[in-house]
Design a protein around this ligand. Structure first.
Ligand code: ADP
Length: 189
């Protein structure tokens, strides 16, 4: 199963990715996690990415395309994967399409998790509080920027993948188990 999870920050992509990972025994490929690992490791890429991420802007397509291309070559991706937070721009979607074509792979579905923007801000502000503000990109102003970046640059991917007939839209405002069940039903249907 090769999936993309699409949805604004705070929609619960990471949570649903973890559930899908168990269900299908395939890895979750989160570019956000990979970038945070690079920051943690103090690599030049991490240093370059940190400021951009702290503002809630997007890291360059070249950087994220590069890390995903490398990750897709790992042995655990042969049976599938869940892309979480990638692609985030049309250019990234096109690059991904080329990577997969080269490997003779196709996508099975793009799961769009739909949520209400105001509710989202509240959710993430709460998450920031609970984690003691551990994530520098979780304050409200940055969050609003991330939402705007999502609307401007990432939401157009829904149309892009709709043309390929791949999009399954799920109501992300329900509780975790209900959302998980809706995704399972959409993927099996
Ligand atoms: P969330 O899951 O909370 O929506 P992520 O952890 O996916 O956020 O991403 C955090 C930040 O990492 C983004 O705001 C962006 O700066 C950077 N990032 C992650 N994935 C990408 C990507 N595919 N393209 C560009 N930047 C990215």
């Amino acid at each position: 199963m090769r999936l993309i999870l699409l949805g604004p920050p705070g929609a619960g992509k990471g949570t649903q990715a973890a559930i899908l990972m168990d269900k299908y025994a395939i890895p979750q490929l989160s570019t956000g996690d990979m970038l945070r690992a690079a920051i943690e490791a103090g690599t030049p890429m991490g240093l370059a990415a940190k400021e951009i991420m702290d503002r809630g802007d997007l890291v360059s397509d070249e950087i994220v395309n590069g890390i995903v291309a490398e990750r897709l070559d790992d042995a655990d991706c042969v049976n599938g994967f869940i892309l979480d937070g990638y692609p985030r721009t049309i250019a990234q979607a096109e690059a991904l399409g080329e990577m997969l074509a080269q490997k003779g792979m196709g996508l099975d579905a793009v799961v769009e998790i739909r949520v209400d923007a105001e509710e989202l801000v509240a959710r993430i502000v709460n998450r920031a509080r609970e984690t003691g503000g551990a994530r520098a990109d979780d304050n409200e102003e940055v969050l609003r920027n991330r939402l705007q970046v999502y609307l401007d640059q990432t939401a157009p991917l829904i149309d892009y993948y709709q043309r390929a007939g791949l999009v399954k839209s799920i109501d992300g405002m329900a509780d975790i188990d209900t959302v998980a069940a809706a995704i399972a039903a959409a993927l099996e249907g």
